[in-house]
Ligand binder design. Structure first.
Ligand code: DC
Length: 223
């Protein structure tokens, strides 16, 4: 790792539970980059919509919600929705089950994409998501696409939920990951897809340290 450019963007995409966010957080610290968890943004809008009782097909309701909802990250990268800490709520079962239908709404994607670009244009960032290398920053300096076997992903997510005190069974998690991947990959706007120039990394057999190293080894000189 030895980049000279003053501004860099690293895109990490892939299905749910492939270790994108854990990996990105460590790399952000190591390389002194801002970490942007774009999934948390989609989760936040989903939480706000569920709280207001706005369904994904309610176009007027969603437009108003997008205008009136203030989402920001605190210094610990935890999400605040209209000034209230909602980190735990956005990771829970209800939001996890509904986030993909809300994420498929073109207006939601357009507002969040714009915001992600604003942040990324202002500072060097590592972003994780589904469409970072294909849509949000197609000219990113480095693009990675993580894949992992479903059983391993479910087991990892299960342990993560247990650590955070979120109640979800292994079976529910596996079903949820499968369903989200299906919706995320098949939506018309910005589907989950590997960018042609992204480096694919299968993390099934890798520890977090190993996947971090694989990425950091590739983040080298950019004139
Ligand atoms: O990364 P995550 O599991 O927290 O993401 C939650 C959902 O958000 C995911 O199932 C689809 C959506 N998402 C998206 O559509 N585009 C992104 N760039 C990031 C997440």
């Amino acid at each position: 790792m030895n980049f000279k450019k003053s501004h860099i963007i690293i895109a990490i995409d892939g299905p749910s539970g492939t270790g994108k966010s854990t990996t990105a957080k460590i790399i952000a610290k190591d390389l002194n980059l801002t970490y942007l968890d774009t999934g948390a943004m989609y989760r936040a809008i989903t939480f706000a919509a569920l709280e207001e009782g706005i369904t994904p097909d309610d176009k007027i309701g969603m437009d108003q919600l997008l205008k009136s909802t203030r989402i920001r990250f605190d210094e610990k990268n935890q999400i605040l929705i209209n000034g209230i800490l909602r980190e735990k709520e956005i990771r829970g079962k209800e939001v996890s089950q509904m986030v993909s239908p809300y994420s498929a709404i073109p207006e939601v994607r357009s507002v969040l994409t714009e915001w992600q670009r604003e942040i990324g244009n202002e500072q060097s960032c590592i972003l994780d998501g589904r469409d970072i290398g294909t849509v949000v920053f197609p000219n990113a300096d480095f693009k990675f696409f993580l894949i992992t076997d479903l059983k391993v992903r479910a087991q990892r997510r299960f342990l993560e939920c247990q650590e955070k005190g979120i109640e979800m069974s292994l079976e529910d998690i596996e079903k949820n990951l499968t369903e989200r991947d299906r919706i995320d990959s098949s939506r018309a706007t910005a589907p989950l897809r590997k960018a042609d120039d992204a480096v694919e990394i299968d993390t099934t057999q890798l520890s977090i340290q190993e996947q971090v190293k694989k990425i950091e080894d590739r983040v080298s000189v950019v004139a």
